[in-house]
Design a protein around this ligand. Sequence first.
Ligand SMILES: CC(C)(COP(=O)(O)OP(=O)(O)OC[C@H]1O[C@@H](n2cnc3c(N)ncnc32)[C@H](O)[C@@H]1OP(=O)(O)O)[C@@H](O)C(=O)NCCC(=O)NCCS
Length: 220
Amino acid sequence: MSPRPGSDTHEGATMIEVRPVRDRAELANLFDLLGARSPDPLDSSDKRFDDLSAHFPVDQRLMVSAWADADPVGGALAFRHDDGTVILRTIAVVESFRHRGIGRRLVERVQTEARLLGADTVALGTGEEVGFWYHLGYTPNLLFQWVYDPELYQRESEALLSGPLYGLRSWRSSYNDVAQLFVELDEPRLDLHRTVRDAVAGCHVGFMMSKALTQQGAAP
Ligand SMILES: CC(C)(COP(=O)(O)OP(=O)(O)OC[C@H]1O[C@@H](n2cnc3c(N)ncnc32)[C@H](O)[C@@H]1OP(=O)(O)O)[C@@H](O)C(=O)NCCC(=O)NCCS
């Protein structure tokens, strides 16, 4: 069987097709399938679906799904945040299909499509799966977002920077009026992540991973 245009297939015990989602209904169903496997389960009624829905169909090529025959077995859903950055909102592979290279294929497909759209960076938030992203060439930062109690921002950020994060490069910003602190790491530090998570009450703590995309034909 020859692959359909725009699709990407591998021979193996089961043939896996990787292709963009076809329509909004498929996008919502896939988000639910992936969201159920997220460390922080969510479904398409969550506001984190809204960016994806709003960017469909313009960024359809960044919303990719993996299929075994007629069954969805994984996906990676991304959209353009601005001209330079693609945000990968969610990725998962169904349990029985993990460790076969499908996650890597999904990420590489998103990166290829992002390059074709002229983006220079892919970024995403993660937690315990930081090792997967580091293995695929993504740079880790710790990200603190004062969503639970914004009033604790000054006190907690100062305590972090003079305590467990002392000496690390950091910068502050805000997103949708939420105060944020980024801390640069040179490798995944799950131990540090757990230490700082236990030390704060007002903020969500995660990893923000990013990868610079080299354009094809450009010097490495
Ligand atoms: C993360 C996830 C998508 C990986 O999917 P997968 O299909 O099993 O991954 P792959 O088989 O393609 O692995 C790709 C590479 O990453 C490596 N890898 C996978 N998980 C890893 C981890 N936790 N730490 C380090 N390396 C890891 C693999 O060894 C493989 O290496 P190789 O290509 O050099 O041989 C899958 O585990 C999953 O769905 N997890 C639950 C949902 C989730 O946590 N999503 C991420 C939220 S950001």
